[in-house]
Design a protein around this ligand. Sequence first.
Ligand code: SAH
Ligand code: ZN
Ligand code: ZN
Ligand code: ZN
Ligand code: ZN
Length: 422
Amino acid sequence: CPSGPALLFAKSGRGKEEGRRFYACSACRDRKDCNFFQWEDEKVSTTRLAAREEYNRNHQPSFTHRQNVERYKNFVLLPLSKRRFCQECQQLLLPDEWEEHSAHQFLCDISTAQLKSPSQLLYPLENKKTNAQYLFAERSCRFLLDLITDLGFRRVLSVGTPRLHEMIQSKASQEEDFRVRSLLLDIDFRYSQFYTEDEFCHYNMFNDYFFGGEAARETCRKFLCQDNGERVIMVTDPPFGGLVEALASSFKKLMAVWKKTEKEGHNNQEMPMFWIFPYFFESRILEFFPSFSMMDYQVDYDNHALYKHGKTGRRQSPVRIFTNLTPSKIVLPVEEGYRFCALCQRYVSSGNQHCEICNSCTSKDGRQWKHCVLCKKCVKPSWFHCNNCNCCALQNHTCEKTDAGCFICGKAGHKRSTCPSL
Ligand code: SAH
Ligand code: ZN
Ligand code: ZN
Ligand code: ZN
Ligand code: ZN
């Protein structure tokens, strides 16, 4: 389909098609956005294949990345008064194109500063199921970058983190002694208007697909080569509705590329990584990456009402950093209320109390959790032990069992929509 190779799924639920396998779009979870569908064992006629190829061609962006780079070069030569950006088409306009867009809303006098912060210029994509874009709040983005530089990394593979990429790029162009470089991999092709082919690759992280083909894959491979000891870290912030299994499979492939690039061999090391994701996916991520641990740091976003860091009555963000780096090295800001737990050897939220029975700081959401002797673990402060369900739950929960595990936390007893983690 237009997003590259499809993924193999199986029909769930009861019915005669249960378990039957089919291919569907890797990136779009909504049939409205991409209706590609094929049974695993289906024979596809040559006419249908040809029609499909034509459809895919027609659903590619109107300009190639190379053309966009050329357009940018011409755009920056224009005087300020001739620099326009079409808000409807989300496109930088050259003067001979104004006519075509005359009925559209556009921004004028696009400054160099604006060109350096495309994530501010472009509107965040909001399609919930496909690629909802939640941009880092300045504070969180700065924290991540400081952490990365303090840890001694010189290269950042930014996978779905345009704002981090942008912060690195603008710092590098402004400060002479700032030597960090970044390569952005993202499915949002609008970014190709602002970055060269060495700075941005059009990429699908659900199937490890480079839209730019072998050349783009090679750019990424070269970037992951650590010559002169320039250490690399991958940072990714995938859409939260994304399938963990598909993401993990792509990330393992990127890690394998990194491993192969090193001449001396990394022994048994893994490419360092920050995977930014909600805490209730912890067990799913650890299933695929047992070497990872979850940090207490709460990642805040600009355009997400719920996850915003407020002055009073702060809404707690459920988004965390998962990493394969040694937890004690991830220093969290004391002025934002984090402290070091000497027993756990990691930084934790101030409200996260060390439980002597569990022998760990058990809170996942920053609030103080309480130990339940029957469950033999710490649970949320609002939960009570229910003898019916034989586990802790909200007081007003309905005691009913569903056999399929919840899509979000994997536990039985509820469906995704009523997951207590949400
Ligand atoms: N917090 C980040 C943005 C995260 S939003 C920041 O501020 O930099 C998720 C990002 O993943 C978006 O940039 C979106 O375009 C990208 N994305 C969504 N689906 C993707 C896919 N299938 N492959 C690659 N990138 C994807
Ligand atoms: Zn337009
Ligand atoms: Zn502790
Ligand atoms: Zn406990
Ligand atoms: Zn209990």
